[in-house]
Design a binder for this molecule. Structure first.
Ligand SMILES: Cc1cc2nc3c(=O)[nH]c(=O)nc-3n(C[C@H](O)[C@H](O)[C@H](O)COP(=O)(O)OP(=O)(O)OC[C@H]3O[C@@H](n4cnc5c(N)ncnc54)[C@H](O)[C@@H]3O)c2cc1C
Length: 415
């Protein structure tokens, strides 16, 4: 393996693999280093996503499972939404990530497994590559024109290069992947309230062939509960679910961490980009990051390749990535974070009221809100269906959202 590359990517998750494909397609020399033995293993995610995005990202249909019913549960309320055709899906995580790896390799990228990146190489204040421990435990130095940190939550190189501290606020999730032969394979549950998911939520995501992911995520340090302690309670103590989980048993056990902070102002510096979770590019609304990691990786890989081809890998050139990401996702992510901070303090009573509000929205409005596609028309539509909000506290919050939307629409028109 040569030790000089145009673009070196730390991490073979969805962000890193998408970055590799996108950069390699531009004809530059790309290396991905992944510390694990396999792509897509171990699993740290639940795989909830959206069919329109899977189609936009050219993901083959056999890699995602459609969902036609979404049920919200709060302590004393239940809201069921039905979709035909389905809009949400649960992805085959390992299958999807390996598919992305194959696409990167087909585009010309080199992937090295069981290579753990340790340090950033710095020269005159710029990042010029990394040191890594390879599969036979040798320490190697690898130089590159652009390094992309796609290492996920650890933001390993980003932190060492002074691009933000380690994440302080984060979602901590624990999950069973079960064989549940009696669980209806088209019904997804989102469960709120202090008995099952304090300062967070629980989920039940069927993924086809009798397999179901059941998990709990809580926000730290907002609370110090252990998500793992709630898993059995969800299976056995929620009346709507007990029959459905009859005869079920876990086959896999997953845990993971998800950044729950506002995105960084800058994701680039001389010779370095941060993509995916490393840049805080997922939506904190419900802790959704897979499709956002892929989009962010694609954008980062594209800009890295443009920089290499232009012979200019300075912070000023690489800032194109910051600009493009903020223009496409900045506003929605800011609003998602604002909502997440608010709902993570909800009492059981507030969750019941929130579900009363949801009952008055159309399934399309709910899907748009869950996706985090915040637009003035969505806010106005919610107000139109809920005139009572105009005299309650909810109006102030929606006004704040509108203010955000208008400000960023103005900023992008000026930019
Ligand atoms: C419990 C839980 C449930 C979730 N559920 C959903 C969901 O339902 N839907 C959704 O869209 N999102 C979900 N997410 C979020 C989603 O998993 C992440 O946003 C997404 O995985 C981010 O992709 P990434 O490529 O940025 O990082 P990662 O997927 O974390 O990939 C990073 C890769 O880098 C490698 N790596 C790290 N450090 C090094 C190093 N030093 N050297 C070499 N390799 C390294 C890792 O091994 C890993 O393969 C969930 C997250 C958690 C924690």
């Amino acid at each position: 393996m040569p030790d000089d590359f145009d673009v070196l990517i730390v991490g073979g998750g969805p962000a890193g693999l998408a970055a590799a494909e996108s950069a390699a397609k531009q004809g530059v020399h790309v290396l991905i280093l992944e510390r694990q033995n396999e792509i897509g293993y171990p699993i740290h995610t639940s795989g909830g996503s959206w069919i329109s995005d899977m189609k936009a990202l050219s993901v083959p249909e056999h890699l995602y499972h459609p969902i036609t019913t979404v049920v919200f549960l709060s302590p004393r309320r239940e809201v069921s939404l039905h979709y035909n055709p389905a809009v949400a899906c649960v992805v085959d995580v390992r299958g999807l990530y390996q598919h992305l790896a194959q696409r990167a390799i087909a585009a010309g990228a080199t992937l090295r497994m069981r290579h753990t990146v340790e340090q950033a190489l710095m020269e005159d204040g710029r990042i010029v590559g990394v040191t890594a421990k390879n599969h036979v435990s040798e320490r190697v130095k690898l130089r590159s024109a652009v390094t992309i940190d796609a290492g996920g939550f650890s933001r390993h190189i980003g932190v060492r290069a002074g691009m933000g501290a380690a994440f302080h606020r984060y979602g901590y999730g624990a999950e069973y992947d079960l064989y549940a032969p009696n669980y209806p394979q088209d019904e997804l549950y989102l469960i709120m309230g202090s008995s099952f998911a304090p300062r967070g939520y629980a989920w039940v995501f069927p993924r086809g062939n009798g397999r179901v992911r059941l998990g709990v995520g809580v926000i730290h340090p907002d609370c110090d509960e252990d998500a793992r302690a709630y898993l059995d309670r969800i299976m056995h103590d929620i009346p709507q679910l007990t029959e459905k989980f009859k005869g079920a048993s876990p086959i896999e056990y997953h845990t993971g961490l998800f950044p729950s902070e506002a995105p960084l102002e800058r994701f680039s510096r001389d010779g370095l980009l941060l993509v995916g979770d490393a840049g805080g590019h997922g939506s904190t609304l419900v802790g959704e990051g897979i499709r956002f990691a892929i989009y962010s990786g694609q954008m980062g890989g594209q800009v890295a390749a443009e920089a290499v081809r232009a012979g200019d890998t300075s912070a000023a050139f690489l800032a194109r990535f910051d600009k493009r990401w903020h223009a496409r996702f900045g506003r929605d992510m800011d609003i998602a974070y604002m909502i997440n901070k608010r709902i993570s303090t909800y009492s059981d009573l507030q969750w019941d009221s929130a579900l009363d509000l949801m009952k008055r929205l159309t399934p399309d409005q709910m899907a748009q809100a869950l996706r985090g596609d915040f637009s003035a028309s969505l806010v106005m539509g919610i107000l139109a269906r809920n005139p009572a909000l105009i005299v309650s506290g909810g109006k102030r919050f929606l006004d704040l959202m509108l203010e955000h939307i208008n400000k960023s629409t103005l900023a992008s028109a000026e930019g």
